[in-house]
Design a protein. Structure first.
Length: 124
C-alpha cells in the first residue's frame, strides 16, 4: 500500500514528458531513486488514445542506463485503450538498482501520455 500521509513527498520527477507518442517504445529519462525509502509510485496519465499503450518500468545501475533491464518480476500495466484515464505502478524502492525509467510502448498510435515518479527521500 502506498502511504505518504504525514511524510514530505521529496521525490517528484518527470518520468515521461507529456506528449503525443508514436508507435513503438518511447523511453522517459532515467530518474535517480537511490535515496528513496519505502515505495516508488509512478503516476501515469493518458489523454487521447489511438490503438493502445502499455507502460512498463526499467532499472539501471547509473543515470546513463548502464545494464538497463525490465524490472523482474515485470512491472507493467495491461494495454490501455481508454482516453482520459489515470493509472499507477507501485514498486518497493529497494527492488530497483538505483535508477528507473518509464517506457510507453504504443501500438498503432498516437497516444497522448505523461508520467511522474514520486517517493519519500529518506535523506532529504
Amino acid at each position: 500500500m502506498l502511504n505518504f500521509i504525514g511524510e514530505a513527498l521529496s521525490l517528484n520527477a518527470l518520468g515521461l514528458a507529456p506528449a503525443s507518442y508514436a508507435a513503438g517504445a518511447n523511453n522517459g529519462p532515467w530518474v535517480d531513486v537511490r535515496n528513496v525509502e519505502g515505495q516508488l509510485a509512478v503516476l501515469l496519465n493518458v489523454g487521447a488514445v489511438t490503438g493502445n499503450v502499455v507502460f512498463s518500468l526499467q532499472d539501471a545501475t547509473d543515470g546513463s542506463g548502464t545494464g538497463a533491464a525490465a524490472l523482474t518480476p515485470a512491472v507493467a500495466t495491461s494495454a490501455i485503450t481508454t482516453a482520459s484515464t489515470a493509472h499507477r505502478l507501485v514498486v518497493p524502492a529497494g527492488s530497483v538498482r538505483g535508477w528507473i525509467r518509464v517506457v510507453a510502448t504504443v501500438t498503432t498510435g498516437p497516444v497522448f501520455a505523461g508520467a511522474n515518479v514520486a517517493g519519500y527521500n529518506g535523506s532529504a
